[in-house]
Design a protein around this ligand. Structure first.
Ligand code: NAD
Length: 384
């Protein structure tokens, strides 16, 4: 992080804790880093409690612990785990910067609301992740990695047998057979975690590069018997499959699924509804006691037909867990990583001690989805 002690930018973070959210977008170690860059931090009371950081922890490192109203009145930039609610957008003063996961690929109305409120909006989901200078800002990687790890623990917990092979005086227990569908950041972390717990792991992804990545972690690559190798899209991501390819894939996955005790799905295509990989017929083919964790589950549907957020048990005794919020369940580490990502995004926009959008700069062009050209520092001074 650049040393710009002359900066006079105020960065504020709210308490976003909810039923499914325990993370916080600022942790005390990041306060220290930001202070060295000349940024003053404000945090809403209680914001870090669910991630095991007390108000005293923040105060000790020099953050101002205060109310949401104080932050709204004084902050030049606001950092979010998620994004501000539409109601909160109405309370943010024009010229303020908002940094978060804004769902800008799928929610144009929301971006329009940010723009008409005079907010400069930085959408982390648009980070050009292949740039080496962007690695420390990559919240998708940090949080998906946490999610992949936790998905295995959740599956293991719901499964009524051991993951590792175990020889006991009463007989030998065979290891669990686990299938990971979608072998990106979350899937690879799930493979590593499952292998460490002793499961026999098989994985699948449409990107041709994933076969060697899966095998390098000691898992087997699933042969679906169909060629979807054109599944690689732009920027190293998968592309959305055609309806015909998708039907072929579902039929093949449904057939293979019955061989496994646990299935974890993490497949996504940026800016699209998650692809459905396993249909009800496939779920119906699984044995009683098997477990599915669908990390892509959402209101729009997930990788498993009929999966819903939360736990359901089918008539056939298959536990289906729709689990999009798993990163939040590892709240301390997830917050540490996320806070570093958000702070490094903020630091990127600090130019000579001020927040600035540089036209033609790759990260700025990619991530700034709303910008009024208002100068937040001047606005703040005018308001004083
Ligand atoms: P993601 O969360 O968008 O998707 C998760 C996985 O689902 C991906 O691996 C994708 O290929 C897979 N998938 C999509 N549709 C599928 C389908 N129909 N069937 C099976 N699998 C399907 O992506 P992610 O995990 O964040 O990243 C994916 C890849 O992007 C990485 O593995 C890497 O190659 C690349 N990446 C590169 C960098 C970098 O260059 N620094 C950083 C991050 C990611």
């Amino acid at each position: 992080m650049a040393q710009t002690p002359e900066a006079n930018v105020v960065f504020g973070v709210f308490n976003e804790t909810s039923d499914h959210e325990s993370r916080v977008a600022l942790t005390p170690d990041t306060v220290t880093r930001l202070r060295k860059a000349g940024v003053t931090c404000m945090i809403e009371q209680g914001a870090g409690n669910a991630a095991a950081y007390t108000d005293e922890d923040y105060a000790k490192v020099g953050a101002t612990v205060c109310t949401a109203d104080d932050i709204l009145a004084k902050a030049d930039a606001l950092g979010f785990v998620d994004r501000p609610s539409e109601q909160m957008i109405g309370r943010i003063k024009p010229g303020t910067w908002v940094i978060g996961m804004l769902s800008s690929f799928t929610d144009e109305d929301y971006v329009a609301a940010l723009a008409s409120a005079g907010i400069t909006a930085v959408a982390i989901e648009r980070l050009p992740r292949q740039l080496s200078s962007a690695q420390s800002m990559d919240e998708m990687t940090s949080q998906n990695s946490v999610m992949g790890y936790k998905a295995v623990l959740v599956a293991a917990n719901a499964y009524g047998s051991f993951l590792p092979m175990m020889t006991t005086a009463a007989g030998t227990i065979r290891p669990a057979k686990m299938l990971i569908l979608g072998a990106g950041i979350a899937g690879l972390q799930a493979i590593g975690t499952a292998r460490r717990l002793g499961a026999v792991v098989t994985a699948y992804d449409v990107r041709p590069a994933s076969k060697s990545e899966v095998e390098s972690l000691g898992a087997k690559f699933l042969d679906l018997g169909i060629d979807l190798s054109r599944g690689q899209g732009e920027g190293g991501y998968a592309r959305a499959l055609s309806a015909e390819e998708q039907a072929q894939q579902q039929a093949a996955v449904d057939r293979k699924a019955a061989e496994f005790d646990i299935i974890i799905t993490t497949a996504k295509v940026p800016g699209r509804k998650p692809p459905m990989l396993l249909t009800k017929a496939g779920v119906g083919g699984l044995h009683r006691g098997s477990v599915i964790v669908d990390c892509a589950a959402s209101e729009l549907g997930g990788n498993v037909e009929g999966s819903q957020i939360g736990t359901q048990v089918t008539d056939g005794g298959v536990t289906v867990i729709g689990a999009p919020y798993l990163a939040s369940e590892v709240s301390t580490t997830a917050s540490n990583l996320l806070s570093r990502n958000v702070a490094d995004v903020l630091a990127h926009f600090l130019v000579n001690g001020r927040l600035e959008v540089r036209q033609g700069e790759e990260l700025d062009d990619a991530m700034v989805v709303a910008h009024t050209h208002a100068d937040s520092n001047d606005d703040k001074k005018k308001g004083e």
